[in-house]
Design a protein around this ligand. Structure first.
Ligand SMILES: NC(=O)c1ccc[n+]([C@@H]2O[C@H](COP(=O)([O-])OP(=O)(O)OC[C@H]3O[C@@H](n4cnc5c(N)ncnc54)[C@H](O)[C@@H]3O)[C@@H](O)[C@H]2O)c1
Length: 289
């Protein structure tokens, strides 16, 4: 059901690769809620993915840009303003990639050139897109900027590798720029810390299936899906959240506040481990609190 939450608003969405992408679901929902959008991704991802299909559904142009290139971002923002005939109201940063993860380099054996790329693509690109947008005065007052993060910024999660460091930097940029842009133009900047989600980027995380099973069992509400994440992003783009800024907002079914759950404990009481349940497809009993 649509509520017209973004009626009359215009926004720029980074990171839709295919129909699993969080940015894809957000783009569809933004249009459903009355927004006009521009889509962007790298030239390679536009070729390899299916963003053109999304563009057709959303009646939106696709403008290629590498989010690590300030020159690309400047052209992107100019062309976005041309398309809208003026400023816009929201931006989504839904970008992440680690060459160390892709090449199987462990955290205690990182390639430092790859680490620079991880940080540039997954975090510094957020600074770059905000800095370019602000210098061009491309956003309307009371606009909203959101990036997607993960709890590995605060807690150590086996296998998340240098993406944990990138997410910590990403969340810090939201606070530092949130102060500047908020003070000047009432533009708010937040990060959403999302549950593990089966997407192309998510599949790169070591043992995503087990991680999803674990966090699902720990969370009273279960893992948050990509669609649910999109709905939360829309609420942050809407005028209903105008005083929320410089926050890292958990969207994880309660996982971040849990220590041990009944569902997880039951496995140990039965002398089972997660692997036993997964491999043997045993039911898990979570009737009691
Ligand atoms: N999937 C999960 O489990 C999960 C959990 C928490 C947070 N996140 C975050 O959500 C965001 C979106 O990821 P997703 O899960 O939808 O996966 P996805 O693979 O669909 O999206 C990642 C996007 O990053 C884009 N990208 C990579 N390098 C780029 C560059 N240089 N310039 C511009 N774009 C570039 C890719 O083309 C792709 O569209 C990421 O920040 C990710 O870390 C994902």
């Amino acid at each position: 059901m649509a509520y017209g939450l973004l009626k009359g608003k215009k926004g720029l969405i980074f990171g839709a690769l295919n129909d699993q992408s969080i940015a894809w679901k957000t783009a569809l929902k933004a249009v459903e809620e009355g927004a006009q959008i521009v889509l962007t991704n790298t030239a390679v991802s536009i070729r390899m993915g299916t963003i053109d299909e999304l563009a057709g559904k959303c009646n939106a142009p696709v403008i290629a840009a590498d989010a690590t290139s300030v020159a690309d971002l400047e052209t992107l923002v100019d062309r976005t303003m041309e398309h809208f005939g003026g400023k816009f109201d929201f931006m989504l940063h839904s970008i992440g990639m680690s060459p160390n993860v892709r090449k199987g380099r462990r955290y205690d054996d990182l390639d430092y050139d790859y680490l620079q790329k991880t940080l540039d693509i997954s975090a510094i690109s957020f600074h770059k897109m905000i800095q370019v947008t602000r210098k061009k005065d491309a956003m309307n007052d009371w606009g909203s900027i959101v990036a997607l993060s993960y709890i590995a910024a605060q807690r150590t999660l086996y296998g998340y590798n240098d993406m944990a460091d990138a997410k910590a930097l990403l969340e810090s940029i939201a606070r530092s720029f949130g102060y500047i842009y908020g003070r000047e133009k009432h533009i708010r900047i937040n990060t959403i810390s999302q549950s593990p989600t089966p997407t192309t980027a998510g599949s790169g995380v070591l043992g995503l299936g087990d991680l999803m099973d674990f966090s699902g069992k720990m969370s009273p509400l279960g893992n948050a899906t990509a669609e649910e994440c999109a709905a939360y992003v829309i609420s942050l783009f809407s005028d209903l959240t105008r005083k929320v800024t410089m926050q890292n907002l958990y969207h994880d079914g309660g996982f971040s506040s849990m220590g041990m759950s009944r569902r997880a404990m039951r496995l140990y009481e039965k002398g089972l481990r997660f692997e036993d349940v997964i491999l043997n497809n045993l039911p898990d009993d979570d009737e009691q609190q």
